[in-house]
Design a protein around this ligand. Sequence first.
Ligand SMILES: Cc1ncc(COP(=O)(O)O)c(C=O)c1O
Length: 450
Amino acid sequence: MSSNDHWMQRDLDVLWHPCTQMKDHETLPIVPIRRAEGIWLEDFDGRRYLDAVSSWWTNIFGHCNPRINNRIKQQLDQLEHVMLAGFTHGPVVELSERLVQITPEGLNRVFYADNGSSGIEVALKMSHHYWLNHGKPEKKRFATISNGYHGETLATLAVGDVALYTETYKALLMDCIKVPSPDCYHRPEGVSWAEHSRLMFEHMRQTLELHHTELSAVILEPLVQGAGGMRMYHPIYLTLLREACDHYGVHLILDEIAMGFGRTGSMFACNQANITPDFMVLSKALTGGYLPMAAIMTTDDVYQAFYDEYDTMRAFLHSHTYTGNPLACAAALATLDIFEQDNVIENNKVLAQHMADATEHLKQHAHVAEVRQTGMVLAIEMVKDKATKEPFAWQERRGLKVYEHAMAKGALLRPLGNVVYFIPPYVITPEQIHWLAEVATEGIDLATRD
Ligand SMILES: Cc1ncc(COP(=O)(O)O)c(C=O)c1O
């Protein structure tokens, strides 16, 4: 029995994996990872896999990055954890100061949670609670765009719209208003991203006009709808949305959990629209992909709505046990150091161009409807019929075939349904990008053969 098989057997005896039909693993091997370095994951039999999806979009500076490792090791010998109610510590103060500095003007307060979903829950609760504190209890609904994803807890599923995750639990979910997404995959031929996004905004404008008195906030993923299939839209939509939310007195919550920290080509996706949301939720790459943590950034206006004598009961009494964990803060500080010391955003422009060049030929592929890109996210949409964009039936699991081929070649590509995508760590090299594109092309060829 190989070492991989040994760990796989022990795993299958006791574990239940996320986002998995466990029966699949009767035929599909679990891959036990022994170590990782840079862009490579290595299994117990010594095989290596290029992590083209940054381990669920978290890892930006490579695995076991010496700079992040060292910072965590130093912190570990000093303070591993202390509760953040009534106490504070250096790393959380320093991290908060630096997040206030680098996020859009006006986001001056930071609240912490343990992961992305909890971060979104905080923003939703804070938004409604703000209105309660302002004597407007009727503002208790949320609007969002179709095909969005914000996590898997009940409130985040409710504001999400990816049927694979929401449908089963719909009886448990609060009622939200879903507006058609500006997703440019669906734009009519000859219409630009900007024009399509602008036109689609009319649905949102009408919703705000009609429902603003009962709306607490609009929540959406800026520029790229990740779990919805890396669907993309133009920043003009966010600019218009900010104006309309101001006009109608509705909060704007931006979920930058997946797209923050350089992923879309700017430090934060909303920088491209030059706007400040009322709440911005960060997670994933916040700690370089090392430890679970979310930061909810908000404004002085929101903070002041809660600031009062205790007995007015206006305080935000939300708490997660590991709020502001010092080890996670240390990882985040080391991550911000790398952004400060290396020319990350500029260097990524070169890498993004390589991603575009290496996949250009796929636009001609008989079963590819679109190759789209925003910064360091590139997605390839496999379809049954190129002319009509008719998708392959989901039951055919074409994406899984791409996954299996890529794993055999030593690349971790994990398609979302029929969408093959690259979200690599920023330490990927141009040569690796071109190799990855070759592997993806072979995988797509194989997967789309009838
Ligand atoms: C945009 C977005 N929001 C929220 C989440 C949920 O984060 P977590 O899995 O840490 O709860 C994710 C996770 O993929 C995400 O992509």
